[in-house]
Structure formats: C-alpha cells, structure tokens
Design a protein around this ligand. Structure first.
Ligand SMILES: Nc1ncnc2c1ncn2[C@@H]1O[C@H](COP(=O)(O)OP(=O)(O)OP(=O)(O)O)[C@@H](O)[C@H]1O
Ligand SMILES: [Mg+2]
Length: 350
C-alpha cells in the first residue's frame, strides 16, 4: 500500500483514493510538530489517525493524551485541562495536574473541539500563542511543550458564523487540515475492512467463518454506512457471533442494512446466489428475524408491514402461476385492488 508508517498498533486499512490521500498527509505531517485538525463524520477514524500521527512522530515515547471536550461538563473542563492549585475552588483539597501538563513533550488530542466553551477557547489560544498555561487558582504560568491535534465532526466555519467558535482560534488550529472521507465515498475499502474484521472476530470469538458471499459483499458495498467504520466493525462482530454457517450470506446481514439498500440492488443478487425466489428468501429471513426478536436498532414498522404484504402477494402469485384472478381470491382481494398493489409495489412477474 506504499505507506511507510509505523502502524503496528494502529492497523490503518484502506486502498481507496480518498484514504490514501489521508495516509499521505499523515506521513508528511506526523513528525512536523505542526497543529493538525482532523474532520470527518462519526466513526471515520479520527482518533485512530490522531494516534498514528503521534506514533510516527519523535514524541512517540511520550504521552498521547486524549480529551473529549464534548464529554466533560464545561464547568469541569478547565481544571481537567489546566489543572488546579490546592484551594482553588470548594472541594479542591489538593493540587492536581491537568491534561495539558500530562501531555508535556507529548501530544494532546482535543476531540470535539467545536464543543469547547468560548471562555476556554480564549485560554487555549493563549497556550498556543505563548506555550504557557495557568492552573486554576495558580499565580505563576507554567511552560509546556505540547503538540496539538484536534478533531471535530461539526463544521467549524459554521460554528464561527453562529458565534460559537472563535475565528482567531480556528486559524491557529487550522494549520494542517486532514479531512477523512466517509466510508460510502471510499467503497473500495469496504472489502478490505470486512475481511480484516472477519479475521479479527474469528480469533476473538473462537469462530471459523470462512468468508462472505458475493451477494452479501455487494450489498454491504451499497449500504450508506452512517456510522462508518465503527458501524461496520459492530455489524461484523454481530454476524460472526450469530452465524451458524461458515459462509456469511445476505441472510446474515443486519436488518438495518437490508432495509436501507434498495431492493432492486439485492433481489437479483440473492436470487442468483440462493436459487430462491424473493418470497422464499424473505420468508426464511423473516423467520430468522423473528427468532432474534426486535433488533437493537429497532425496525421500520411501515416498511416491515409492506414487506410482509409483498411477501404474501408474491407467494399467492407463485402458487397460482401468476394468474391474477386466482391470486386475488387467495388473498381475499378484488382483482383490481391486487393489480393496483402490484403496480404500486413494482411487482412485474414473480
Ligand atoms: N482506516 C482504518 N483501518 C482500520 N480500522 C479503522 C480505520 N479507521 C477507523 N477504524 C476503526 O474504526 C473505529 C472508529 O474509529 P475512531 O474511534 O478513530 O473514529 P472517530 O472518527 O474518532 O469516531 P467518533 O467521531 O465517533 O469519535 C475504531 O475501532 C478504529 O480502530
Ligand atoms: Mg473519536
């Protein structure tokens, strides 16, 4: 893959144009000590890339200190970052070192920087400009030598326009921007990631799934992946754990995937691979879905009911060799109602 990164611990996977550009930037920026700002949707690998930057820099033997600015209540964030002196506020029985000092000579990873309150943004600006921090309640500045990496899933330029983010801070942070594209824009990485996680979870869970069928892979490549690589990893874990067959097929794919990939994409694939009619396929799959109960991520009732309806209509047509009069009788419908439904559901010939 032409990337000379030290990725032993940070198995960065990808071969798409989009991710190779990211790897290239990582390689060039890692040891520069310059401030990097990572942006990308949830689960695209921002933290992994931040760690790769640190581990490919000469700071690698020092600390990599992550702070999620969105997860720490804003009233606590200042002392978390800057530390405090004894008696700085009620309850401060002892002096405490903050994460900035912990990251001295190493890397501080400020995740969800867009959530940092404006008051702290001013203080961060000062650290970046002067390389000094003030502990809460302290009266002498402390010199620190920290490399800053920040990440955001929101658009900071919009936050600036809305008055929620300081423009001057943005320019300080935005020295080397790295944008990680969402997985749906780098489809050629999907098969690599699937086989990586298949191996990974086989080992972890003591299973021996041998592979995934072409149809199932094609469906995964057509899914939109709103949760990106984290979502893919979760689905792979679920499939490896639940599958009783050595080969993963569309039947093993989560409902969420099947119901969000257009039917026109997968119906012909399934039929070619399983030799089952859509009705048989849906019937067996539904039995399976029944067996595992209501999936964690819930269902789309309207869609499920429509699918059930479609399944019964296709079954009736199959039973009657496509004779609509007879199929309508089996379904207790008027012929015209059935014909309307067929048109609406785009059922042509079973
Ligand atoms: N290129 C990649 N190769 C292999 N694994 C990856 C890659 N990118 C991300 N991952 C894995 O995907 C998961 C999510 O990555 P990470 O936590 O870095 O994403 P994130 O962008 O920080 O997400 P969030 O915005 O939700 O915090 C992790 O388990 C990570 O190891
Ligand atoms: Mg993250």
């Amino acid at each position: 893959m032409g990337i000379q990164l030290n990725t032993e611990f940070y198995n960065l996977i990808g071969q798409s144009e989009g991710i190779l550009q990211v790897f290239d930037l990582v390689e060039r920026a890692a040891d520069s000590d310059s401030t990097v700002i990572l942006s990308g949707e949830s689960g695209t690998g921002k933290e992994l890339i931040a760690r790769a930057l640190h581990h490919n820099s000469r700071r690698q033997s020092k600390g990599f200190v992550p702070v999620n600015c969105g997860a720490i209540p804003s009233e606590l964030l200042e002392s978390e970052l800057f530390g405090h002196e004894k008696g700085a506020f009620t309850g401060a029985m002892q002096a405490r070192i903050g994460r900035m000092e912990l990251a001295d000579n190493g890397t501080l990873f400020l995740d969800e920087i867009g959530d940092m309150p404006l008051t702290l943004q001013v203080k961060l600006l000062r650290v970046l400009a002067e390389g000094e921090i003030d502990r809460v309640g302290g009266n002498k500045p402390i010199k620190i030598n920290v490399r800053f990496i920040t990440a955001t899933h929101c658009n900071l330029e919009e936050a600036i326009a809305a008055g929620k983010f300081r423009e001057d801070l943005f320019y300080r942070l935005n020295v080397i921007p790295i944008v990680i594209p969402p997985l749906r824009e780098r489809k050629s990485d999907i098969p690599l990631l699937v086989s990586h996680y298949l191996k990974h979870f086989n080992t972890l869970k003591g299973k021996s799934i041998t592979g995934i069928s072409d149809a199932a892979m094609e469906i995964l490549c057509n899914y939109q992946w709103p949760g990106n690589i984290r979502e893919l990893a979760n689905f792979m874990e679920r499939m490896v754990v639940l599958s009783t067959d050595p080969l993963l097929t569309p039947r093993d794919l989560p409902d969420k995937v099947m119901s969000n990939v257009p039917k026109e994409t997968w119906e012909p694939l399934v039929q070619a691979e399983t030799n089952e009619t859509p009705a048989e396929y849906i019937r067996k799959t539904r039995g399976h879905a029944h067996y595992i109960g209501m999936p964690e991520e819930g269902i789309n009732l309207k869609q499920m009911v429509e699918e059930f309806e479609k399944e019964l209509i296709i079954e009736a047509l199959e039973k009657t060799n496509g004779v609509k009069n007879q199929a309508a009788t089996l379904l207790g419908l008027n012929r015209t109602t059935l014909v309307e439904k067929l048109k609406k559901m785009k059922i042509h010939r079973p």
